[in-house]
Every structure is written in C-alpha cells, then in structure tokens.
Design a protein around this ligand. Structure first.
Ligand SMILES: [Zn+2]
Length: 93
C-alpha cells in the first residue's frame, strides 16, 4: 500500500530542479552490478586475487606475491602503479 505512495513521491519533482538531483542513490546501487577485478600475475599467470576494489590489503597481497619473482626485478616496487605493472588486471565477468 505504501508502494503507490513512494512512486508518487519520486515522480513529483520540484519545478526548476534537474531530474538528476533526485535522491535515488539506493536505486542506483541496485542497478549497478558489483564489478570484480581479477588480478593475474604476469610471470606465473596465477590468479592472485579477485576483488571489487584494490585497497591496501589487496596491494599487500600483490606485493607479497611478487616477492616470489625477485629474479624479474632489481628494486622492489614502491608505488601502486609499479606494483600493478607486474600484474594483469581484468574485469572478472
Ligand atoms: Zn607470480
């Protein structure tokens, strides 16, 4: 019964306000599927991790992994970009 109430509320836009400012954040979240990224090692082609976002925890795991391939580089990579150079990042589905 409250459903018609919500629809009416959403359809009623105040004059002058662009439709894009309508507070539909929840709807937007439901429509966007959670994208995941598969991170594959360039040296051993192992899928090191799959995550929706590469944060500190994920980067730590990547750093740990490339320790195995020390033969391939002289200095340990410091920046995020330098770490990711050793991996292939592709959308997982
Ligand atoms: Zn590897």
């Amino acid at each position: 019964m409250t459903r018609t109430d919500r629809t009416a509320k959403g359809a009623r836009l105040s004059p002058g306000a662009p439709p894009s400012t309508a507070p539909l954040g929840e709807v937007e979240l439901a429509e966007a599927p959670p994208a995941e990224f598969a991170v594959t090692c360039r040296y051993c082609h192992q899928n090191v991790l799959t995550a929706p976002r590469l944060r500190d925890a994920e980067l730590a795991r990547l750093r740990q992994h490339i320790e195995r391939h020390r033969d391939h580089y002289r200095a340990p990579p410091t920046g995020v970009a330098a770490v990711l150079e050793h991996f292939t990042v592709a959308p997982a589905r």
